[in-house]
Design a protein around this ligand. Sequence first.
Ligand SMILES: [Zn+2]
Ligand SMILES: [Zn+2]
Length: 295
Amino acid sequence: MNSTVTSSLPLLNPLLNAGNSLVLLLRSYWSAYYSWMDNDFLATGFLFLVIHELVYFGKSAPWVVLDHIPFFRRYKIQDTKIPSNSEQLECLKDVLIAHAFVEALPIFAFQPICKIFAIDYTADTFPALKPFLLQVTAFFFMEDTWHYWFHRALHYGPLYKYIHKQHHKYAAPFGLTAEYAHPVEVAVTGLGTVGSPLLWAYCFGNVHLITVICWVVLRLFQAVDSHSGYDFPWSLRHFLPIWAGADHHDDHHKYFVGNYASSFRHWDFLLGTETPATARRHTILKSSQNVKKTK
Ligand SMILES: [Zn+2]
Ligand SMILES: [Zn+2]
């Protein structure tokens, strides 16, 4: 994010220069936006609200299109369960209502919280690239840990019956279902997403609002993708084995048990809570790798 980053590898420098120019442009827009709004509370609130809506529905829209193209059926995890138009519309309506009545208020409360936790939002203090990457990576692991434990708890009898059951309405999830949940679950999920940078700011300080926004955008990407119902050969999990991906969470919806983590696989693997299907695939993969090693 810093404008003075250079690399010892000459090939990387054009890329870094382009990145530096982009950051400078972003800083000037950021500064102009806050000056134009002339009210930091409203400026941060609207910024968060607009980004949240644009990213959530913008990221969900391509999956709706893919569901109508037979070619992509080969990549659909539960290939016989294509959501109907009425299911998609009903889910869209419920998510919009939840966004308006459950999520909008906490989003607008974020600016005062920023002040309490000393999260900076001035344009001239945009973070350098290394702390930015370190913090975003840490937020992913922190949220994943939070998500694993509260999600596992939500599968306990009455908590499941009165809260989490709503999210399990769709045994074959699709992009829009990522935030289709009981208001209590939406609040607890949001606490993990927003609470991770707040906890970091409380312990170590030096968190900028732009880092929080980028983190929220990436977290929304992850949440919608994991509910997409599609697993492509180029999906991230094939290159980064610790990454959960869509097949991990799709199995959770299909079997109603196991695979409680959001972004990564380590908690479910280490604590023996992978769904039978995920565990079976893992065993098959490991045994095929062992066969290759012994040859
Ligand atoms: Zn669940
Ligand atoms: Zn889900």
